[in-house]
Design a protein around this ligand. Structure first.
Ligand code: PSU
Ligand code: MN
Length: 331
């Protein structure tokens, strides 16, 4: 039952997949890299990775180095990496080095979340996929695990501005497990967790603690409703969500390793100042998150970027091992 449910769910490229499922793989706008396609066909573990973090989350050349290293870490830990991105109107699942370089250096890449996909594809544009955009592509391709740094959430004063990331509704409607380091304090963490509950997202911490992490620091002051101790427990959690065909996501929150945790005060002061500046300058909409990330990095003299890269690498290791454990459950 479990195996058949998993196969049905993610069986886009496996033998026995229905015609409709197979069509997804050859969907003209979806380009699955042969390396990824082969892994999926053989039932091997694959990990999806996002690219807004490359195009809008980090400066060049840190972004390309991070992207390459993260792919390597995924590989070293047993899974095939599949970075998602949009190149000239095609939604790619799995990029070659040239394509990664292009996204890392391009100045006019679009930040692409769910609502932007039809426009960017129809206009032949290029862009980095956000968590929501990447989840859509991963699900279409039949990839059940996706690793990133931090997800979007409810912004401060979101109850007035209604600036709530499409990542949260995507987590409510797309069954992909997202491995992240929780939510940054540039966001309203408490309201983000409430919104995730409303969306029916299964939120779990990973490791020794039940404290929901705050990206740069291991504790946000909020508890997560679930807790898995290791990759096998995480894989079982994901498998049971898939088996139930809940159609919503599992969010696995991995705390930043203690040795890389930024000093809470330094980051917090920078975050507060960046938020003030954003308000004063009237930064709005999809520009808010990239603006805050950039300012926090500048104000901390690059410390936040260092922590950011360290935690993404850790997430890549954990996520790859979870994908391996999940693949062992299915085969
Ligand atoms: N948080 C980070 N780095 C990032 C992002 C969030 O620490 O690069 C990106 C992710 O791609 C996420 C997106 O999906 O920002 C959310 O943007 P918004 O808040 O506009 O929904
Ligand atoms: Mn927004």
């Amino acid at each position: 039952m479990l195996v058949s449910a998993l196969r049905r769910w993610g069986g886009g490229v496996r033998a026995g997949a229905t015609v409709t499922q197979q069509r997804h793989v050859h969907d003209p706008p979806l380009r699955i890299h042969p390396r990824v396609q082969e892994a999926l066909a053989a039932g091997k573990p694959v990990v999806a990775l996002e690219s807004t973090i490359i195009t809008h989350g980090m400066p060049y050349p840190h972004n390309i180095r991070m992207a390459q290293e993260v792919e390597e870490i995924v590989q070293t830990n047993g899974s095939v990496p599949a970075t998602v991105g949009i190149l000239q109107g095609r939604l790619h699942v799995g990029l070659c080095d040239e394509e990664l370089q292009f996204l890392a250096q391009s100045k006019d890449c679009v930040k692409v979340s769910r609502r932007d996909l039809p426009y960017v594809l129809s206009q032949g544009l290029s862009g980095g996929s956000t968590v929501s955009g990447t989840m859509i592509a991963a699900h279409r391709a039949g990839i059940p695990v996706f690793v990133t740094g931090g997800i979007g959430g409810v912004h401060h004063e979101g109850e007035k501005t209604m600036d709530i990331s499409a990542d949260l509704t995507e987590l409510g409607r797309t069954p992909v497990a997202v491995v992240s380091a929780g939510v940054k304090s540039i966001l309203d963490i408490g309201r983000t967790l409430e919104y995730l509950e409303t969306e029916g997202v299964c939120v779990s911490t990973f490791g020794d603690s039940t404290d929901f992490p705050a990206f740069f620091t291991p504790k946000s002051g909020f508890k997560a409703p679930c807790h898995v101790r290791d990759e096998v427990e995480a894989a079982k959690l994901i498998a049971s969500s898939l088996e139930l065909r809940l159609s919503s996501a599992v969010l696995i929150a991995v705390p930043i390793p203690a040795e890389h945790a930024a000093s809470g005060n330094v980051i917090e002061e920078a975050v507060q100042q960046a938020l003030r500046e954003a308000r004063l300058q009237g930064v709005q909409g999809k520009e808010v998150t990239p603006f805050l990330l950039k300012r926090v990095n500048e104000l901390t003299g690059g410390k936040s970027l260092e922590s950011n890269i360290a935690l993404i690498k850790n997430n890549a290791k954990v996520g790859s091992r979870i994908a391996v454990a999940l693949s062992n459950l299915r085969n």
